[in-house]
Design a protein around this ligand. Structure first.
Ligand code: MG
Ligand code: MG
Ligand code: MG
Length: 305
């Protein structure tokens, strides 16, 4: 019986590439694993897969009775609905400790680095397994994506080291230029509906019994959203009502200016204002220097709820 390896719901490049890279490693180590995904592949990830000649993992959303490895998440809110009926053999992740429970001992590779693929790279090194050229290229892109080309405060020395070593294996000289090319692809927001945009990189968090959804769009120039704000707010309102969410937040991150425009739809905006010591104007504000949802947004919200 094959073991499935997958990342979080609304998968990003780290989740998709991580499922592929961890599955490759596990298979080399003699296990029988298959990479899968819980949702649609986003345009950035599509670009990475095409560039390095890989297929997207198969879409699979039910895992009852299966053995699984999780990569890039460990929260029930980002898991398949039947995760409690699956056997979690292991977790490779770089997020805060989640609320998942297991019935048996498991393998855990969890470290406070900027990307799950940095940890997978270290696993390859640990087991002295060679990384194929094109897989190295994809893992490098995942690191550049998660760390916003090393600009995110989540980026560590381990990430830059892994990225450089992967670039060498992949034969990519100017990996920062490649990262920039990738973020320009990511900045094409005009071909998607407002709802698709809010959901493109969206995570639900359970905070004191409230569901808080936080989306993030990272672009090279915030002006792309100029005529779109009202439509984005409408989509956020819809998602708030549908998901019985307490709040829906959207971070429009400008990777050149290194900050985020925060859009808020909430039952209690004062809690959001208190969390960041800000006052919202027309339900939004500029957060200078804020690039990381994980490090600069979620912990402050959790304190309030
Ligand atoms: Mg992720
Ligand atoms: Mg990640
Ligand atoms: Mg991200």
């Amino acid at each position: 019986m094959a073991t499935y390896i997958f990342g979080h719901t609304t998968p990003d490049s780290d989740s998709i590439v991580g499922a592929i890279s961890l599955s490759y490693l596990k298979n080399k180590l003699g296990e029988d694993t298959v990479p899968t995904r819980q949702g649609e592949v986003n345009p950035e990830t599509k670009w990475i897969l095409e560039k390095f000649g890989y297929e997207a993992p198969v879409l699979k959303t039910e895992y009852a009775g299966e053995n699984v490895y999780l990569i890039d998440f460990m929260e029930s809110s980002q898991s398949p609905k039947d995760i409690s009926e699956a056997t979690i053999l292991g977790i490779v992740d770089h997020h805060k400790l989640g609320d998942l429970k297991t019935n048996a001992p498991l393998e855990m590779w969890v470290r406070p680095v900027g990307c799950s693929n940095t940890i997978v790279k270290e696993m390859f090194d640990h087991y002295s397994i060679e990384i194929p050229k094109d897989l190295a290229g994809m893992m490098m892109c995942a690191i550049l994506s998660d760390t916003v080309i090393f600009k995110s405060p989540t980026c560590t020395k381990e990430d830059t080291k892994a990225c450089k070593e992967l670039a060498e294996i992949a034969g990519v000289e100017d990996y920062k230029a490649l990262g920039m090319e990738m973020f320009i692809v990511k900045s094409d927001v005009l071909s998607a509906t407002p709802r698709e945009l809010v959901l493109r990189d969206f995570k639900d968090f359970n905070m004191g019994g409230n569901t808080i959804g936080v989306g993030q769009l990272e672009v090279v120039d915030l002006n792309v959203f100029d005529n779109m704000k009202e439509d984005l707010f409408a989509a956020m309102k819809e998602l708030k009502a549908e998901g019985d969410r307490h709040s829906v937040l959207l971070l429009l991150t400008d990777i050149m200016q290194e900050g985020s425009q925060l859009l808020v739809i909430s039952d209690t905006t004062d809690k959001i204002e208190n969390a960041f010591d800000i006052s919202l104007e027309n339900d939004q504000t500029w957060l200078k220097g804020v690039m990381s949802r994980k490090k600069q947004i979620i912990p402050f919200l959790e304190k309030q709820f």
